[in-house]
Design a protein around this ligand. Structure first.
Ligand code: RP5
Length: 347
């Protein structure tokens, strides 16, 4: 993968307005856009293998608040240091740095109700401290402020680490309740969507639309993590998900993820779809890899009341998905009754 092709992952497209001058609190106000609350999971939870974070007192998270005694541990996980294909090298060369600054950072625009993109080079501050070789390290700074941990942690990329969260819903034929496909994550043991990282192949051929790349990643992760069906059903599912109008983007942008550090953080696009009953009946759930277990259809109440807790910003994503599906079903009821009334009137 060339970095240029990776940069295309989140390259803003014509369907995604680019904001040059950023006033979003998400980028400078320490707020998790999904909840409207400060991003806190890096302090409230401990990710396996992470060192103890430097304590950051309330009111001192913003980078523009002076904090002379701030000397967080610098931690990059051995798996990232090993240089896998999904990770940046330890130091970005000029070309990589320029490409990174051209990226679009996803932001959920509440007033437009859609995912928009902010040019990273215009919006994200840079940590220009000097490395052991005497050269500036040019690491971007987490827009949600100090996290108490420098380096990349387990995240491979400096700056934003793009993911996609596709939430699949069905109407339970027996209980008639709305349910969502959920997994239990192997690392944090929490409930989560089937979402995962965007891979290069998700976007290379669709670089003209960052949002399309996110959808592709969401579908791939769903199938890789949770479904056991043969090709025929999976093709039917893919065709349904790719049909215009069947998937709705309901949230996205910065994720309040426990793995975030000062120099690496998660971003995502969140999509929801309601499967038709016949297609939902054909879907077989199965653990496909060691990243997920406990794959099941769960109602929103079952999700939020689950003793394992909910991963990252996913509680908000499921809440939004639940509200969206409720509205969709209500609209269908109204449309069906209008249709019946029209037919009766014509007789
Ligand atoms: C979260 O991490 C995103 O919302 C997405 O669900 C997930 C992707 O990371 P992996 O599941 O690939 O670890 O921030």
């Amino acid at each position: 993968m060339s970095l240029a092709s990776f940069a295309a992952h989140f390259k803003p497209s014509s369907d995604a307005p680019m904001h040059k001058h950023v006033s979003f609190s998400v980028l400078h106000g320490l707020v998790d856009p999904a909840t409207g609350q400060p991003a806190v999971r890096c302090f409230a939870e401990v990710y396996p293998g992470y060192p103890v974070r430097k304590h950051v007192p309330d009111g001192m998270r913003a980078w523009d608040v002076p904090f002379d005694a701030y000397d967080p541990p610098d931690f990059t996980h051995a798996n990232v240091e090993a240089g896998p294909v999904w990770a940046h090298p330890p130091r970005l060369d000029d070309q990589m740095w320029a490409a990174l600054r051209e990226q679009g950072h996803p932001v959920w625009d509440v007033s437009l109700g859609k995912l928009t993109f902010v040019k990273v080079g215009d919006a994200i501050a840079v940590d220009d401290d000097v490395g052991v070789d005497g050269l500036p390290r040019r690491r971007m700074l987490n827009p949600a402020g100090r996290t108490g941990l420098a380096g990349r942690g387990i995240l491979g990329k400096y700056g934003q680490n793009p993911a996609s969260d596709l939430i699949v819903a069905r109407r339970n034929r027996t209980t008639k309740k709305r349910e969502f496909l959920t997994i239990l994550r192997a690392d944090t043991k929490q409930l989560s969507t089937t979402g995962g990282m965007v891979d290069p192949e998700d976007t290379d051929e669709v670089a003209e639309s960052a949002t399309t790349g996110l959808v592709k990643a969401g579908i791939r992760e769903l199938i890789e993590e949770a479904l056991s069906n043969g090709d025929e059903v999976l093709e039917e599912l893919k065709a349904f998900l790719k049909t215009a109008g069947n998937l709705r983007c309901i949230d996205g942008g910065f994720v309040d993820d426990v793995r975030n550090t000062d120099h690496a953080w998660m971003v995502t696009g969140v999509f929801v779809c309601l499967l038709p009953d016949e297609l939902a009946d054909k879907i077989e759930l199965q653990e496909r890899n060691d990243e997920a277990s406990g794959i099941a259809w769960r109602t929103y109440d079952e999700i939020v009341e689950h003793p394992a807790g909910v991963f990252a910003s996913h509680k908000t994503y499921f809440a939004k998905a639940d509200a969206y599906i409720a509205t969709l079903l209500q609209e269908r009821v109204v449309a069906a009754s209008t249709d019946r009334a029209t037919k009766v009137a014509r007789r």
